[in-house]
Ligand binder design. Structure first.
Ligand SMILES: [Zn+2]
Ligand SMILES: [Zn+2]
Length: 292
């Protein structure tokens, strides 16, 4: 694939639940013909969490990315990023102050902002919506009493809030896997993704994303993990086109081998939808480039 002009901006080296060294990602990028590579380890959160970076690891992550930036300067533009969770003040009151302090110390060049935490689990801890099928089923049953609509609408409400807070970080922001709440809904198991209430919730999220000037990623993890389409799916990508929301393609790699997994498929899908260009990071923000 000719990926020269595009970049890959949602990748997890081995500082959170990802694996592989920064150098291994850089080498994978060069082998794939990329000229731009963004690293986005899961930013620390102010409560115990198995898949985010521990707060004490953040300084070495930032230092290691900066060292790699210098080492690869002539061959590859490396970007220091973070996948930053949206921590709703209603759910995690200390979240915003904690994240401000982390961002001040790390000074990332861009962010992937995502919603993973939706309400509390039955034990009172922030609940991760993409943890497992069992966890989703239990949460739906015990906390939402089987009302999938309420859970899904809560998720999209958080995406709207996330978008409205994103510009305050002062760096380019990618809205991460915006419809990931459908992850456990293969075959419409819990809700209909063409139901008017679902489309309305999605539309509100997209309009908030556009109003905030964010970029939406076409996250190919959905293609790898049995969902059958990327995050977001076709319907949402249609709406992104109509609303003029710029896109990037990301694989959400948790190992270097997956760096451009699904890029060809995603590009073909976008071409079918009428896209001819996506965006990539430049020194002054997003710039358009031809689809790979
Ligand atoms: Zn994520
Ligand atoms: Zn991720």
């Amino acid at each position: 694939m000719n990926a020269t002009a595009v970049g890959s901006f949602h990748n997890h080296p081995g500082y959170c639940d990802g694996s592989g060294s920064i150098e291994a990602y850089a080498e994978a990028a060069l082998a794939a013909g990329l000229r731009s590579l963004g690293l986005s380890s899961h930013a620390p959160v102010p409560f115990p969490c198995s898949w985010t970076m521990p707060p004490q690891r953040l300084p070495s992550y930032c230092a290691d990315v900066r060292a790699a930036q210098a080492a690869y300067r002539d061959r590859l533009r490396l970007w220091l990023g973070l996948e930053l969770d949206y921590l709703s003040p209603a759910l995690i009151p200390e979240g915003a102050a904690f994240q401000r302090q982390q961002i001040r110390s790390c000074r990332p060049e861009y962010l992937v902002m995502s919603v993973h935490f939706v309400g509390r689990d039955p034990s009172g801890l922030p609940w991760t919506m993409d943890e497992s099928a069992e966890s989703f089923a239990r949460q739906l049953d015990e906390v939402y009493h089987g009302d999938a609509r309420r859970l899904v609408e809560e998720y999209y409400r958080l995406v709207v809030e996330m978008a409205s807070t994103a510009p305050a970080w002062g760096v380019p922001v990618i809205a991460g896997h915006i419809d990931k709440i459908k992850m456990w809904n293969v075959g419409g198991r819990y809700f209909a993704e063409d139901a008017p209430w679902y489309l309305a919730a999605l539309e509100e999220a997209l309009r908030a994303i556009r109003a905030a000037g964010l970029v939406v990623e076409v996250n190919t993890a959905g293609l790898r993990r049995g969902v059958g389409e990327p995050y977001p799916g076709l319907r949402a990508l249609h709406r992104c086109k109509a609303l003029g929301i710029p896109l990037t393609i990301s694989s959400d790699a948790h190992r270097p081998e997956d760096l451009i997994a699904g890029f060809d498929e995603a590009a073909a899908l976008l071409r079918e939808l009428g896209y001819r260009e996506i965006v990539t990071l430049g020194d002054n923000g997003w710039v358009w480039c031809p689809l790979p």
